[in-house]
Design a protein around this ligand. Structure first.
Ligand SMILES: [Zn+2]
Length: 52
């Protein structure tokens, strides 16, 4: 399984994303994103991958 890192808003630093799952964010433009949990503090993290 691929590992992702993203910026945790709570830690205010880059963290590995635990339980990362790809998802599609629906808005004006569909965006591929990864949603998961910060390994350090458990906050929900998103990483935008790009346009779907
Ligand atoms: Zn965190």
């Amino acid at each position: 399984m691929a590992e992702y890192t993203g910026r945790c808003m709570r830690c205010k630093t880059d963290r590995q994303i635990k339980d990362a799952k790809e998802t599609i964010m629906k808005g004006k433009v569909k965006m591929r994103a990864v949603r998961g949990i910060c390994v350090k503090c458990g906050a929900t993290m998103y990483k935008i991958l790009g346009k779907a």
